[in-house]
Write a protein that binds this ligand. Structure first.
Ligand code: NAD
Length: 258
């Protein structure tokens, strides 16, 4: 018998970035916890595979091809999802991209692209979901995806870490504005997670990169997408009903900020 506080039966979740990595694992876990899950991503094939994974496990999922950088598209898709499946209770805004370039070589188009996907994409999804949660009066939980990059400076990571710092500020600001509507807003700042985003496409390079992370972690390992999916489940569920405006750091202990 599942713990009632973690039971999402009767709830509806909208997950962006659901075609791969952390988003896929999150969509699958929320469905396993009982939620009906709207899976959204630009990657149609990946979305199809996520839906199959969920349906085969006995869950409920629908797919929505979506570019999160397009404000009108985001609002349209969220509205379509609500019309078909009823009010949203959970948003997990996970879609994101990585970019590395030294500051002195960073072009306007690099900055624009990363901010568009990682910040504006999260903002648009939060706006669309929150409007629906306020209108339906059901309350809800919004989870955004920041990164451990907000806790440490690293060469080449300006665009990415700035976009994730913006996500943190969005999360805290929204928490103050949406609390009176019983909508909680929290961010997750993962450490190194083994996904296509961190795949070096070269076994030796991969081993080297992961070994560096393992050395920094008291737990002596890198993370898996399921580690983050469980953090999302906690923040999505009633188990975290007194938690809002917080940054949750499943990072293997690599960083321990106040
Ligand atoms: P991933 O590349 O496996 O998944 C990212 C997903 O986002 C993909 O399915 C991709 O198609 C989708 N996406 C990209 N641009 C999009 C757009 N414009 N519209 C809709 N969907 C789009 O990467 P991941 O590691 O699973 O990353 C998920 C999130 O977690 C990202 O926000 C990432 O920044 C964050 N994160 C990852 C790590 C890590 O170590 N993997 C660490 C910290 C934070």
């Amino acid at each position: 018998m599942p713990l009632p506080a973690y039971d999402l039966t009767g709830r509806t979740a909208f997950v962006t970035g659901a075609a791969s990595g952390i988003g896929r694992a999150t969509a699958a876990l929320l469905a396993q916890a009982g939620a009906a899950v709207h899976c959204a991503d630009v990657d149609e094939k990946g979305l199809h595979d996520t839906r199959t994974l969920i349906i085969d496990a006995g869950g409920t999922a629908t797919t929505h091809t979506l570019d999160v950088t397009d404000r009108d598209q985001v609002h349209h898709v969220v509205e379509t999802a609500i019309r078909a499946g009823g009010p949203l209770h959970i948003l997990a805004a996970i879609a994101g991209i990585m970019h590395t370039s030294p500051v002195l070589e960073t072009r306007d188009e690099d900055l624009d692209r990363v901010l568009s996907v990682n910040f504006r994409g999260v903002l648009y999804a939060c706006q669309a979901a929150a409007r629906s949660m306020i209108a339906s009066g059901t309350g809800g939980s919004i989870i955004t995806m920041a990164s451990g990059a907000v806790d440490a400076a690293q060469p080449g990571l300006l665009c990415y870490s700035a976009s994730k710092a913006a996500v943190v500020q969005l999360t805290k600001t929204l928490a103050t504005e949406l609390g009176p509507h019983a909508i909680r807003v929290n961010a997750i700042a993962p450490g190194w997670i083994r996904t296509p985003m961190t795949d070096r496409h070269d076994a030796q390079q991969q081993q080297k990169a992961e070994a560096a992370m393992v050395r920094q972690s008291p737990l002596g390992r890198v993370g898996e997408p399921e580690d983050i999916a469980h953090a999302v489940l906690h923040l999505a569920s009633d188990a975290s009903s007194f938690t809002t405006g917080q940054i949750f750091r499943p990072n293997g202990g690599v960083a321990m900020p106040w």
